[in-house]
Structures are given as C-alpha cells and as structure tokens.
Design a protein around this ligand. Structure first.
Ligand SMILES: *[C@@H]1O[C@H](CO)[C@@H](O)[C@H](O)[C@H]1NC(C)=O
Ligand SMILES: *[C@@H]1O[C@H](CO)[C@@H](O)[C@H](O)[C@H]1NC(C)=O
Ligand SMILES: *[C@@H]1O[C@H](CO)[C@@H](O)[C@H](O)[C@H]1NC(C)=O
Length: 452
C-alpha cells in the first residue's frame, strides 16, 4: 500500500550520505565496490533472505556477450557483485561474438539445482534461440547445456515464471514456464518446462499477433498478470499488462501501466518482483549507443486502482518485511520562477507544470534557481522535456562551483515531461543552482525541479 515516508527529510538526510538506501530510478547505481552495476535485462531470484540479481554485463558498450553478472542483496538496494554466473565459451552459441540476454534463474527442487534460461542469439539476432545452463549454487558459475529453438520455433526476448501453487518442494518441483517472443516476434508464447526445467514441453498459451517482448508475470490473488513491452528495438514504448485466471488464458485485452506518452518512463520491462499485494517493476532505460550507461528504472507497480499502474517516483524505498513501499516527498521549484539568462526564454504547454517551462537552455541560455538545502548530498529531480530524437545534456553548477553534466533522454514531442535524478551537495539554507549546457545545441527544456 502507498504510504508517505514519515519524517523523510530527517531520514533522507542520513540515508543520502552513502546514496545507497533509497531507490532512485535512472541514477547511476553503484555496487558495494563503487563500480557501476552491470546487470541489464534483469532476472531476480530469492534464496532465503538473499536476493540474487542476474543480468547482462554491458560495460564494453556492446550487445555482444561479455558475462551474465550475479549480484547479491538483502535489501534490494545494496548490491555486492559476486563471480560471473555465465561466461563466454569460444566456438559455441555463447561465444563473445554472440548474444546472451535477459538471464533468468529458477531453483529446481527435484534436482536441488539452479537453472538459468536466457535469450541465445547470433550477432544479427537471426538464430532466435533459448539457452540453458545449470549450477548447484545460485551464482554458479553455471554449466552451459546448449541453445536451441523451443519446439522448433523462434524465441527471442524471454522470461520465466514459476507457479508456486502446485508444488511441494523436494517432492514435486513447481510448474515453470518460458515466456517468449516467438515466430519472428509476432506471436507471444507461454510454454511449460519439463520437471528438470531443462526443456519446454507444451504450449500453454499463444497470443497471436501480440508482438510482445520483455515479459514478466506476477501472480496475485489467484490471477496472473503478464507485463510486457511491444517491439521497438532499444527505443522505449508503452509497456502493457494482460490478465487471466489461468496461464492457459483467455487473456484480457492489453491495458496501459503508465500514461502512454511517457513510454513507460523511458524504460522497458525486464522483471516484475512481487512486493506484498503489489510488485516492483524492474526495467531498463536502454542507451543504445553507450549500452553500459543504460540505467535501471525500478518503480512501484501498484494495483490499488484494480489494474497495475507504475507509480511515478523520483526517490522511494521498500519495506520488505511489510511488503510496502514509500514514495519520498520533496520541495518543488518551478523553473519559470528562476532567473533567466542569455537566450533562454519561457515556453508554454499545458503539459508543463504551471503551463510554463524554460527553453533555449545552453548556447548561452541559463536559468538559476534558488533552493533550500540541508547541508548534505541531496537528490534533485529535473523535470525535463526533450523533443529531439536523441539524448541531450545539461550542465549544473551549485553555488558557483564546477559544472557537472547530466544526460537527458529524448522524451518525445508534445511537451512530454520526464524526471531525471542528480545528486548535488547542497549547503544548509539557500543555494543557487545554475542550469545551462556545454554543448552548442540546446539542453532539454526545464519544467521544474524537486529537491529531496
Ligand atoms: C527439447 O524437446 C524437444 C521435443 O519437445 C526435442 O526435440 C529437443 O531435442 C529437446 N532439446 C533438448 C536440448 O533437450
Ligand atoms: C517495516 O514494516 C514493519 C512491519 O510492518 C515495521 O515493524 C517496521 O517498523 C517497518 N520498517 C520501517 C523502516 O519503516
Ligand atoms: C552533450 O551532448 C552533446 C551532443 O548533443 C555531445 O556532443 C557532448 O559530448 C555531450 N556532453 C557530455 C559531457 O556528455
């Protein structure tokens, strides 16, 4: 359930010192060694009270296979990198010139074994296979078993779902299913795994012409909720939800999980982790030309309206024992109330807060906003509109200090506003924040900022 974090300003002041205890979607997430977390296309496995996060290491800024990483955490925020779960093997479908994406791991109680499934492909995505690997420990390293086309048909983006209802651990392994984009990404399939989780057996559901990828399933009150994107390559699209009382369907018509214009807050689903009566949407904000800089967009997926909706949250936290989440509240400063300099000027659009934003930033255009600080590192969310088809960036200087640069995704035309976070050192009391751009073209339009 939604609840405001009590006394957040005091709590956040402590928590933000290490920047680790809050979930800040879109910020650069670091592991406990201070390195960027490289676990794109996430899969989460819980063993006891430990969460394992498997993902694609894209630190080489390439789609080719480098490693399936494995990170551990007990709070979903502080992540320690472990040994790589899967590494390239020359001369196989998992060589470093091939594609290994969206690793997902389940525990198979029959064989006391962890089984990893992943999208296994050639460099031009023409092979369209699944790959399977096994290990006796959660992070492995896993032993590769092979790659093939399930039931002879294509499989590209995939996920796994383990149905906890029909299993008795150590006696009957839980029913598990492969969720995958098949038949040249046209038909979406949900197919039973065998009792070992080594292969598929029979198709449970087929959504013909659905053009879905990046799937996850959450089971809630006996109902199955499929969350998936449509197909637009690395670019984001409005991800959708479908529901059914059986994995065999029939499935409902698709419904939005966020306002369509924001393209799932510029992200694509990777995994959906149950949290109490809700879930955590775990998505990727792909940056196709610098893949290793792709950030993670994790947001509450809330069912209080009856169907799942992403909660727009700049800064939030989970209480795992209660199964709840809390969205931080901050102080809003409208950009148009700041001091404009150079070529910057006011823009009006009903999509902007107060109907107005500051445009023509960069190229000598600036806006200076005065904010109150607490004398610590604080998260500041910039609400921006970037109608370009490519990313921009803005420079930010606090109290006349050195400018830092912040990347700004393209948000789409029509004044679509997205928030992007930056951590700034603010002194106690009044601070000036100057927004401009080092580039000769313009930075995104600035609607408002929220200081947390
Ligand atoms: C998977 O099962 C199919 C039959 O359904 C079989 O043809 C295929 O060889 C199996 N693949 C592996 C890798 O076991
Ligand atoms: C988390 O929820 C539990 C159970 O409701 C509660 O006792 C605990 O105080 C909560 N923790 C925080 C940090 O709010
Ligand atoms: C800002 O964006 C421009 C292109 O719009 C790019 O040339 C420049 O390198 C970027 N600056 C930084 C610091 O990323």
């Amino acid at each position: 359930m939604f609840s405001m974090l009590l006394a957040l300003s005091a709590l956040a002041g402590l928590l933000l010192v290490n920047g680790q205890s809050l979930i800040v979607p879109g910020a650069p997430w670091k592991d406990t060694s201070g390195n960027a977390i490289q676990a794109h296309g996430a899969g989460i496995l819980k063993v006891g009270s430990t969460f394992y996060w498997f993902g694609e290491d894209k630190s080489h800024n390439s789609a080719s296979f480098k490693a399936v990483s494995c990170y551990t955490s007990t709070d979903l925020v502080t992540w320690a990198r472990q040994n790589d779960a899967l590494s390239p093997i020359a001369g196989t479908m998992i060589s470093n010139t091939n594609i290994v994406e969206r690793p997902k791991v389940l525990f198979n109680s029959k064989n006391n074994e962890y089984v990893m499934w992943f999208h296994s492909d050639s460099s031009n995505y023409g092979a369209a296979m699944v790959g399977v690997a096994t290990a006796k420990t959660p992070c492995g390293p896993f032993t590769y078993k092979g790659s093939w086309k399930p039931l002879g048909a294509d499989s590209r983006d995939e996920g796994l779902f383990q149905d906890g209802t029909y299993c008795i651990p150590t006696i009957t392994p839980c029913s598990a299913y492969l969720l995958y984009a098949s038949d040249n990404n046209q038909n979406f399939k949900i197919t039973h795994l065998d009792a070992n989780y080594y292969n598929v057996t029979t198709v449970a559901s087929q959504l013909n012409g659905a053009t879905l990828e990046a799937p996850g399933i959450v089971k809630r009150n006996g109902e199955y909720w499929l969350i998936a994107s449509h197909t637009s390559g690395w670019a984001p699209n409005p991800n959708k939800a479908f529901h059914a009382t059986s994995l065999a369907g029939p499935w409902s018509a698709q419904a939005d999980i966020a306002p369509e214009a924001v393209n799932t807050y510029f992200s694509q689903n990777a995994y959906d982790l149950p949290l109490g009566s809700n879930a955590i949407y775990m998505g990727d904000r792909w940056r196709s030309n610098v893949l290793g800089s792709s950030q993670y967009i994790w947001l509450p997926l809330d069912w209080s309206s009856g169907s799942p909706q992403l909660v727009q949250a700049d800064v939030w936290s989970v209480n795992l024992s209660a199964g709840t989440y809390s969205v931080a509240s901050g102080t809003t400063y409208e950009a148009e109330k700041g001091t404009l300099g150079g070529s910057s000027r006011l823009l009006t659009n009903s999509a902007f807060s107060g109907g107005t934003a500051v445009g023509y930033l960069g190229n000598g255009g600036t806006v200076t906003i005065t904010v109150q600080g607490r004398g610590t590192a604080q998260w500041v969310a910039l609400y921006i509109a970037n109608g370009d088809s490519s990313w921009r960036n803005t420079t930010i200087s606090v109290n006349g200090g050195a400018a830092i640069s912040l990347d700004q995704p393209n948000t789409g035309g029509g004044g679509v506003v997205l928030s992007i976070p930056v951590q700034l050192n603010l002194r106690s009391g009044s601070n000036t924040i100057l927004f401009s751009s080092g580039q000769t073209n313009y930075a995104a339009d600035l609607d408002k900022i929220i200081v947390y």
